[in-house]
Design a protein around this ligand. Structure first.
Ligand SMILES: [Fe+2]
Length: 376
């Protein structure tokens, strides 16, 4: 049966951050916890935002969410939330911060341990803390999605926090906040958005509006990613990359697939998610080649490629060329991944819930082949 879920409210534009103060007031949030990471604090982005809050708003800060989100980080944020008697969460950062906030909004009100909600998402009830997201990267889509990856330990594979109740209440997308994002993160997070659009579009869930959005996201990202990487101050490019990222988040509402299963399987090492998925994408496109060409043709057209015979291979080669042009690595090994046990990696990939919405589910043997190619 078709189910078309709704996205959170979004303020989107240069200067959208000015909406934060009135939105806090509208939602009766008088003491938010700003959840963020050290980079956002050091670059002065947090200060820029808190400086313009009205005098009636006091706030607390937890600025130490790690690069890959862990339960420990969320537990520490929870301590600050309780200590300062906060009444809502504003997450400011990349995917790690925004996903951490989803778990935090549950444990603040429902108690218990984060791990219990990761193991059994059905335990997550409706009673969650108010939650506003403000992305500082353009790619994860985590600002609007109802799931996220959390690592039980730093080097353990990520588990999902997944429930309609963790969906943020509001996202404020201000491309201005992405201007200082360095080129390698602009490239990797931007390509993460492309994989969200590709896997969402290919998902077995039928959702024509989101499919149209996904194709626009692919076209938009590939049209502007080179400019955004070359010149971070290119405002038109930043605007369009932020929009492509948001569209990628909307595409995720249809589900993901093997590219993201691989990111979970390789997630037992601290590798950057966006880099991991774009490096893994060509092997998955080759796996699809000749099997689902109707949908691959539409993706190819959005990318400016010809459809027809060998379309999966053409998408794979284009992705490899883009990765190379943007300075991204050619394989997971080149990212520093050193594990060799293909049986374990393929088992973890098979176990991922992202396979559930894939148009074709790779067998263990097919995953082995995909993994060997993705490793490089
Ligand atoms: Fe992703």
């Amino acid at each position: 049966m078709g189910l078309i879920p709704s996205f959170p409210l979004v303020h989107f534009d240069f200067g959208a951050i000015k909406e934060l103060a009135p939105e806090l007031a509208n939602r009766n949030i008088f003491k938010p916890l700003f959840l963020t990471d050290q980079g956002v604090v050091e670059h002065g982005v947090l200060k820029k935002i808190t400086d313009v809050l009205p005098s009636g708003v006091t706030f607390a800060v937890f600025g130490e969410i790690p690069e890959n989100p862990t339960i420990k980080g969320i537990d520490r944020a929870l301590d600050i939330y309780k200590e300062h008697k906060c009444d809502g969460i504003v997450a400011l950062g990349g995917g790690s911060v925004l996903d951490s906030g989803k778990a935090l909004r549950v444990v603040t009100t429902q108690g218990g341990d984060v791990i219990d909600y990761l193991k059994d998402p059905d335990r997550i009830g409706t009673n969650v803390a108010p939650y506003i997201t403000i992305p500082t990267t353009a790619g994860t889509g985590a600002e609007i999605t109802f799931g996220g990856g959390i690592h039980p330990e730093t080097n353990a594979p990520a588990m999902s926090i997944r429930s309609p109740h963790v969906k943020p209440d509001l996202a404020i997308c201000d491309p201005e906040l992405t201007i200082s994002l360095p080129p390698h993160l602009t490239a990797a997070t931007g390509m993460d958005a492309v994989t969200h659009c590709v896997e969402g579009y290919l998902s077995i869930n039928a959702n024509a509006p989101a499919e149209a959005i996904a194709l626009d996201g692919i076209h938009r990202a590939l049209s502007y990613i080179d400019r955004a990487v070359r010149d971070g101050a290119d405002r038109e490019a930043r605007y369009n990359m932020s929009m492509a990222a948001l569209e990628g988040g909307m595409a995720i509402y249809m589900g993901l697939g093997p590219i993201h299963s691989l990111s979970m399987a390789f997630g037992d090492s601290p590798l950057h998610h966006g880099t991991l998925v774009t490096v893994s994408m060509p092997a998955v496109m080759r796996y699809y080649d000749g099997k689902i060409d109707g949908k691959l043709n539409a993706i190819a057209h959005a990318m400016g490629l010809e459809g027809g015979l060998g379309v999966g291979e053409r998408i794979a080669v284009l992705t490899e060329n883009i990765n190379s042009r943007l300075g991204l690595p050619s394989g997971v090994r080149k990212m520093g991944y050193s594990k060799n046990d293909i049986e374990v990696i393929s088992g973890d990939a098979l176990d991922s819930q992202f396979n559930m919405t894939a148009p074709l589910r790779p067998t263990r043997e097919e995953y082995r082949k995909i993994i060997v190619e993705a490793l490089g």
